[in-house]
Ligand binder design. Structure first.
Ligand code: SF4
Ligand code: SF4
Length: 64
């Protein structure tokens, strides 16, 4: 299971990149993307998905 970023809503603020415990979020091309092979949905690190928690735009970091 992994989260994804809705590219059309992302403001590229970069907040999520630094909060991800697995380093799954990277700037690629023109937006931030979540590597589904690295995203653990924060399991083992946090009770809530950190990207979704810090993202200023509602419903932009969502379950893939
Ligand atoms: S859910 Fe957690 S592990 Fe997955 S991209 Fe977001 S912050 Fe990273
Ligand atoms: S926190 Fe949200 S708006 Fe900011 S870069 Fe990540 S997905 Fe985009």
């Amino acid at each position: 299971m992994a989260f994804k970023i809705i590219a059309s809503q992302c403001t590229q603020c970069s907040a999520c990149e630094f909060e991800c415990p697995t380093g799954a979020i990277k700037f690629k091309g023109e937006t931030y993307v979540i590597d589904p092979n690295k995203c653990t949905e924060c399991e083992g690190y946090f009770d809530t998905q950190q990207c979704a928690a810090v993202c200023p735009v509602p419903k932009t970091c969502v379950p893939a």
